[in-house]
Design a protein around this ligand. Structure first.
Ligand SMILES: Cc1ncc(C[n+]2csc(CCOP(=O)(O)OP(=O)(O)O)c2C)c(N)n1
Length: 575
């Protein structure tokens, strides 16, 4: 077969063609003079791909990360050298910790200026390289325009394969301006691992010998069919399933086998149940600090429970825990395989599973709080919002209200409905919501933000308006303090408030200045009509909830924490 040879064009144009070949329709970024040739490529192909101009590279990188979470394909971000790359680093770190596929393109000084500490020059292999264990899986720098397609194909494969994550491609300015006739490469599809048949037989044997098994599902790489298969596996074996920290939409929260989420502010009954389990089957979850209660629910390195760990990345298996069985497989392949495991006619843990779900249901009960009750607020949001609503949050104790009271449907129903940083990055929720609203204009997006959290990336309200977002509601939970840190302070240094008080703007007026609707709320009764009006308006709306700092978490008060110097059920962290 003869292939048509493309005519000569700049590498900047070739790069945009290559993104289109990868199926990319939207990219996020902040422009820089270092990648003008790429911007010109976006102009050339503007009918097929859009460049969403953001107001800060941190916001742009968060948006790309959210795109990766929503689509399962790499989210794309463009930033300029030094300052732009430094600003974007929070999004890279989030993508790394959250195992989200993403490609960050960074403009670079021209080749003939290299190594002189030229204007804004950085060595990105040093700054973000895999050796930093937390920014990028791989950093490539492209010096030859003819090889740009190879680098892009590798970047897409690397971002999606094994444990997904972020990749950085560095683009010297002169390389981008040079001419090339190189053809683009086909769309990258990730290669996946299957669990070996022998290992599956071992999973079955361990299940058959268990009395109190527990499934922890989470991590990235799930899709609708995989979540459906996981649910059938849980049904076949009548297993209780908990979702790992901020992966709450992997298993349908309305299902009778659902036991709750395992993260910050965990339901104490659920924590006790995991400790009491005799077999934990972790599917896709990385078993990091947040999902293991600081490595106490499963004691590191040798848990008291038997442990089966299934993960897509070989490097995660045996990383902390000496498990009884390790399986490397993608979530699609793992779930399909688990679904085929023949279950016995009955299992001895039916009551155990029912009790796990009953504990979850009981955690939805809460004591009334005057004058503004966050539990009622979140329950009202979910009652009124469409079932496919995407919920986003950043970091802060306020997020606990969402985690505890939203019943996230499994991915098989509406795709991802939770965008939340397992990296605990403040400022994530607003840009993630903007990305979701732009990528899925028909869906409603609700962002819950703390007053500290919101102002880290609140400028992206302009991006939402500028790019035509409509069904977007941001709810700012304003307690006048960096509440999470205040909580830690009260536990460790009671009464000695330092560095945590906030001086806040009128958030509703601020939103209106950006062209959003904005309204302040001080009572529970006022919330429902305001939220209903926001839903009906079809315009981005900010609701500013004014709360007392006393309401410090969804489970305890400031006074209670101070009085008990910590309180037994005070969460260990609110990030
Ligand atoms: C980018 C970033 N900076 C700092 C922190 C540490 N941190 C975690 S939560 C928090 C306070 C959050 O305050 P707010 O948004 O007002 O929410 P609240 O805890 O009061 O509910 C801080 C400073 C972080 N997680 N991320």
């Amino acid at each position: 077969m003869t292939r048509a040879t493309p005519s000569t064009r700049s590498a900047g144009h070739l790069l945009v063609e290559a993104l289109i070949a990868q199926g990319v329709e939207t990219v996020f970024g902040v422009p820089g003079e270092s990648f003008l040739a790429v911007l010109d490529g976006f102009h050339e192909h503007r009918d097929r791909i859009r460049f969403v101009t953001c107001r800060h590279e941190g916001g742009a990188a968060f948006m790309a990360e959210a795109q990766g979470k929503l689509t399962g394909r790499p989210g794309i971000c463009f930033v300029t050298r030094g300052p732009g790359a430094a600003n974007a680093s929070i999004g890279l770190h989030t993508a790394f910790q959250d195992s989200t596929p993403m490609v960050l393109f960074i403009g670079q000084v021209a080749g003939d200026q290299r190594d002189r500490e030229a204007f804004q020059e950085l060595d990105y292999r040093q700054v973000f390289g895999p050796g930093t264990l937390g920014f990028a899986k791989w950093v490539g720098e492209v010096h030859d325009a003819g090889r740009l397609p190879e680098y892009i194909s590798r970047a897409f494969h690397a971002a999606m394969q094994g444990r997904p994550g972020p990749v950085v491609l560095v683009l010297p300015e002169d390389m981008l301006a040079s001419l090339t006739a190189a053809p683009v490469l086909p769309r990258a599809e990730p290669a996946t691992a299957w669990p070996a048949p022998g290992a599956l037989r071992d999973v079955r044997q361990l299940l058959l010998s268990a009395r109190r098994p527990f499934v922890i599902a989470g991590g990235s790489g799930w899709d609708g069919p995989a979540c459906q298969a996981l649910q059938r596996f849980a049904e076949n074996w009548q297993l209780p399933v908990g979702c790992a920290f901020r992966f709450q939409d992997v298993f349908d929260n309305r299902h009778p086998n659902y036991a709750g989420d395992i993260g910050i502010g965990i339901n104490p009954a659920l924590a006790g149940r995991i400790r009491a389990a005799d077999l934990v089957l972790a599917v896709g979850a990385r078993l990091g600090e947040m999902t293991t209660g600081g490595y106490t629910l499963l004691k590191a390195p040798r848990p008291e429970q038997q442990l089966i760990h299934i993960h897509a990345g070989a490097e995660e298996l045996g990383r902390v825990y000496a498990a009884d069985l390790l399986l490397q497989a993608s979530m699609q392949n793992a779930a399909k395989a688990l679904e085929t495991l023949a279950a016995p006619v009955t299992v001895p843990w039916l009551d155990w599973t029912a009790a796990a779900h009953a504990d979850y249901e009981a955690s939805h009960l809460s004591r009334a709080i005057e004058p503004l009750d966050m539990a009622v607020v979140v329950k009202t949001i979910q009652r009124l919002a469409p079932p496919d609503t995407v919920y986003t949050n950043g970091a802060g104790n306020y997020a606990g209200w969402l985690h505890r009271f939203v019943r996230y449907p499994g991915l098989q129903h509406h795709g991802r409905t939770q965008l939340a940083p397992t990296a605990g990055a403040m400022g994530y929720g607003v840009p993630a919501a903007v990305a979701a609203a732009l990528l899925y204009p028909q869906r409603t997006v609700v962002n819950l933000a703390g007053d500290g959290d919101f102002l880290m990336t609140g400028q992206e309200l302009a991006t939402a308006i500028g790019h035509g977002a409509r069904r977007l509601i941001s709810i700012v939970v304003d307690n006048g303090t960096y509440g999470t840190i205040r909580m830690h302070q009260e536990r460790t240094y009671p009464g000695r408030v330092s560095g945590t008080d906030l001086c806040n703007p009128d958030f509703a007026a601020l939103a209106r200045a950006f062209g959003w609707r904005g309204e302040a709320i001080t009572t529970t009764a006022a919330f429902e009509p305001a939220f209903d009006a926001a839903l009906r308006s079809g315009r981005p709306t900010l609701l500013h909830l004014r709360l007392d700092p006393e309401v410090i978490t969804s489970r305890t008060t400031l006074t209670a924490i101070r009085g008990t110097n910590g309180g037994a059920d005070a969460p260990s962290s609110g990030t």
